[in-house]
Design a protein around this ligand. Structure first.
Ligand code: ADP
Ligand code: MG
Ligand code: ZN
Length: 590
């Protein structure tokens, strides 16, 4: 281990030295520039692409961590056409392999693949080509199991190596090596053989998701010593992030989505993500009823229909795909102007991936999530069996309910990124609308909620989230109503406070399983006892004003509905009232 420390010092590259790799004064630079334009038809590099390309052409081992869709493939495809010999690419999925080979053929870059469905003749030609200096292909795509199982392939690669015709090894989705990653694949474990057999060939590992501990693991498994790690920022600067409170009335939330699509995105493509297949069908038809060209997409559709929807949408003949998360892999449409979540995602990572399908052309695009109280518990029952499913979901909920911190800063934490608040540039609703939010002391409210649960439990009653909301708003049974304090907060605020207490650990979910369904009840969390202390206070930031998002309309409707309920803050439009009014002194001057 002392030796690894010594070599660790050697691998550290100074900032200056690193900057040299962003330049264009290498022997291959002209070639690279020319192929970028003439073969790949691209005008310029995206951040880190040129650095990665220069490093791998200089023979360095490299791990490149870059979000999906940013252009990792170019970092081995372009060097491949600038090098003598063949670049070996390991990728896990046949479909991705086929897509890439087809794409390369379309731009006249010759690439071949070997996988379980290759014919004998094809394999023979490919293997012969490996040792032919005049071989017609520059890239060979294989699955990891080919490396693990085909002795013939390995011996041909050996020959190519000895003839200096193996120029580079790219391991795509490199996190699949590690059991600590989220997508471990056993065949990746055996790829260490590559660097052991071909120590002089530079290796390039690529991934969109890998923490430093996963990368360390990959380094060991692949037998690369001290690779340079390049990590691209996960901040998608052209995406505007926004969270809208979802109306519990389905009709109202659909109206809001429909009018947003019609007003803001006329003739522009987008995705609406929904929770279930049933939702995909119903939301699509609701949107169609409102004159929007929207089609459903989900796992249980006929494959022919699925690919038709995908194709038509890619070609711009369908405006919106209303999809479950099954719609993801293989989307390569650059001009997606909006990704709307009709239901929150099950984790921030998922949300980042799904919403990140917007704006891949680097032009402005919107990511809007509709955040509804009951959806939290719908998803909760779905992820209850996943080991950290609940924790991840609550972090997503926190992303939605938090108006205290920039949306981007919350995402950055998830990718271990150091966050500088200037990085948002007013491209999220929190940064943009700071003046609409006020801090409210909710200590008394929290105590009321805790008391309701205590009273219910003393009567041997369990409260579902909905029952808890109703009880607090004075709609529970009379015998209990006599014993508790009810609230004058609006329904939206009641839900916000309860969610806040859940996220912060004052409340927790209690699951009850039957063979047919899972019930969720609310019970006291580990922090609840703190509220017994008179000095313990709690406050949260809330939206006090209504804004553009169409909630102004809803607020107007709500105002009519609750004329007598004049203490409803949301319906009162601009001015906080009641409890909240006392707190306006705490509004941050911003
Ligand atoms: P990743 O593997 O990182 O998910 P891909 O390599 O599949 O991403 O690239 C995604 C898309 O980005 C492709 O359509 C590709 O053509 C495009 N792309 C890559 N580099 C650039 C660039 N420098 N400028 C514009 N588009 C690019
Ligand atoms: Mg890729
Ligand atoms: Zn922000």
């Amino acid at each position: 281990s002392s030796s690894s420390k010594a070599s660790g010092d050697v691998s550290v590259m100074s900032k200056q030295e690193m900057q040299r790799y962003d330049g264009a004064d290498f022997e291959w630079s002209k070639d690279v520039e020319q192929h970028l334009k003439d073969s790949f038809h691209l005008s310029k590099f995206r951040p880190l692409q040129l650095r990665a390309i220069n490093l791998t052409l200089a023979g360095r081992d490299l791990f490149l961590v870059m979000p999906t869709g940013r252009g990792k493939s170019l970092c081995y495809q372009l060097p491949a056409v600038c090098s003598k010999g063949v670049t070996l690419v390991i990728t896990p999925l046949l479909s991705l392999m086929e897509d890439q080979v087809m794409f390369l053929k379309s731009i006249d870059v010759s690439a071949v693949m070997l996988n379980s469905s290759s014919s004998k003749e094809h394999a023979k030609t490919v293997l012969a080509g490996l040792t032919d200096p005049k071989a017609s292909f520059k890239l060979l795509y294989v699955t990891p199991e080919k490396i693990a199982k085909s002795k013939l392939l390995m011996s041909r690669l050996e020959k190519a190596y000895n003839a200096n015709l193996l120029s580079r090894i790219a391991v795509d989705e490199v996190h699949c090596c590690s059991q600590w990653g989220h997508d471990f694949r056993p065949d990746y474990k055996l790829l260490g053989i590559l660097k052991r057999q071909f120590p002089k060939v530079p290796l390039l590992g690529l991934t969109a998701t890998a923490t430093s501990s996963v990368l360390k693991d990959c380094e060991k498994i692949l037998c690369v010593s001290q690779p340079i790690v390049l990590t691209a920022s996960f901040n998608r600067t052209n995406l505007h992030y926004e969270v809208r409170i979802k109306d519990s009335d389905n009709e109202a939330s659909i109206n809001d989505i429909a009018s947003t699509i019609k007003n803001r995105y006329k003739d522009q493509s987008g995705i609406v993500y929904v929770f279930s297949q049933k939702d995909a069908e119903s939301v699509a038809s609701e949107l169609q009823n409102r004159d929007i060209l929207a089609y459903p997409y989900h796992a249980h559709m006929d494959p022919v229909d699925k690919s038709r929807v995908h194709r038509k949408w890619t070609a711009g003949k369908i405006q919106v795909v209303v999809a479950t998360v099954a719609f993801g892999m293989g989307i390569d449409k650059s001009n997606v102007r909006f990704v709307i979540h009709h239901t929150i995602s099950k984790s921030i990572e998922n949300y980042y991936q799904e919403s990140g399908r917007a704006g891949r052309d680097d032009r402005p695009a919107d990511c809007i999530v509709y955040y509804g109280f009951s959806d939290i518990f719908r998803i909760s029952t779905m992820v209850v069996m996943e080991s950290v499913g609940q924790q991840k979901l609550l972090l997503m909920v926190d992303y939605c309910q938090n108006v205290d911190r920039c949306r981007r800063s919350i995402m950055a934490v998830h990718f271990d990124e150091v966050w500088d608040n200037k990085g948002c540039n007013q491209m999220c609703d929190v940064c943009r609308n700071q003046k609409d939010f006020s801090t409210m002391d909710i200590t008394q409210h929290a105590r009321q909620v805790v008391q309701i649960i205590e009273v219910a439990s003393s009567m041997d009653e369990k409260l579902t989230p909905l029952k808890l909301v109703e009880a607090w708003m004075g709609k529970g049974p009379a015998k209990r109503r006599k014993l508790i304090e009810t609230t004058t907060l609006s329904r939206q605020q009641v839900e916000a406070v309860i969610v806040y207490l859940l996220v912060k650990g004052y409340l927790k979910e209690d699951f009850s399983f039957t063979p047919y369904t899972t019930y969720i009840y609310m019970k006291l969390g580990h922090k609840a006892p703190l509220l017994k202390s008179q000095t313990h206070t709690l406050s949260m930031k809330m939206k006090m004003k209504t804004t553009e998002s169409g909630s102004a309309v809803k607020a107007a409707i709500a105002k009519n509905k609750t004329k007598e309920g004049k203490r409803s803050v949301q319906s009162a439009g601009d001015a906080p009232v009641g409890q909240a009014a006392k707190e306006t002194s705490a509004v941050k001057a911003n």
